[in-house]
Write a protein that binds this ligand. Structure first.
Ligand SMILES: [Zn+2]
Length: 203
C-alpha cells in the first residue's frame, strides 16, 4: 500500500512538471527542437500577444553552416537577439525580448521553435510584425540556393502552419513585401508562388 502511494505521488509530481499540453504545430515527420530541447533562456522583456493573420518568410542573411548544431545556432541567435548590438548596416539594434522569429529552418531541414507563436516578433525594419507568423530560413538567398532538405521541410511546414492558423494563400508573403529590405533574398523570394499553391491546393 505504502509503495502504491509513493508511486502515485511520484507520478503526480512528474506530470505537474510538464508544460501544459499544447499540440506541436510542426508536422511529426520534420526533425524538430522545441525551446526546451535547445535550452532556450526565458524572454528578457515583456512581449505583445497577437493574433496570427499572415505567414511571412525571412532569411538569416548569413551563410548556411551545415557543421554547426541547430541548438548552438539557436543559442547564438538568442544571445544576439537579447543584447543591444551593432548591425552590418551600422545601425544599432535594441535588445529584444527573445529570438525575433517563431520558427527557424536550418540548412539540414530541421526546425527549431523560436519565440512562442502567440507573441509578436521583432524587426530591424519599419514594419509592425504583429499578426505575422515569422519563419526564417537559414542562408543568404541573395547568393545561396535553398538545400533540398530545406525545400522538403518548407513544403510540409508552410501548408501545415497555414492550416493551423487559417492563413489563406494570398497572406503568405515575405519580409520585402512589407519593408525596405532584400530579405529573404531573390532565390527564396522566387519560390513564394509555389508555396502559395501548396496552401491553396494542399496535397
Ligand atoms: Zn527578414
Amino acid at each position: 500500500m505504502k509503495q502504491l502511494l509513493t508511486t502515485l505521488l511520484v507520478l503526480i509530481f512528474f506530470s505537474g512538471c510538464q508544460r501544459p499540453a499544447t499540440k506541436q504545430a510542426v508536422p511529426e515527420s520534420i526533425s524538430y527542437l522545441s525551446r526546451e530541447d535547445w535550452k532556450a533562456q526565458p524572454a528578457v522583456l515583456p512581449m505583445r500577444a497577437h493574433t496570427i493573420e499572415w505567414l511571412t518568410i525571412h532569411h538569416t542573411a548569413t551563410r548556411q553552416l551545415p557543421g554547426k548544431s541547430l541548438a548552438d545556432k539557436m543559442q547564438s541567435l538568442q544571445k544576439f537577439s537579447q543584447e543591444e548590438g551593432l548591425l552590418a548596416s551600422g545601425k544599432t539594434k535594441p535588445a529584444w525580448a527573445d529570438v525575433p522569429y517563431h520558427y527557424y529552418v536550418d540548412c539540414n531541414g530541421a526546425v527549431a521553435e523560436g519565440r512562442e507563436a502567440g507573441f509578436a516578433g521583432d524587426s530591424n525594419t519599419a514594419y509592425d510584425p504583429a499578426g505575422h507568423l515569422l519563419i526564417v530560413v537559414e542562408g543568404n538567398f541573395e547568393e545561396e540556393a535553398l538545400t533540398q532538405a530545406q525545400l522538403k521541410t518548407l513544403h510540409k511546414l508552410i501548408p501545415a502552419m497555414a492550416k493551423k492558423y487559417g492563413i489563406p494563400a494570398d497572406k503568405l508573403g515575405a519580409h520585402e513585401d512589407y519593408a525596405e529590405t532584400l530579405c529573404p533574398g531573390k532565390n527564396l523570394y522566387a519560390l513564394l508562388p509555389s508555396f502559395q499553391k501548396l496552401i491553396s491546393n494542399p496535397k
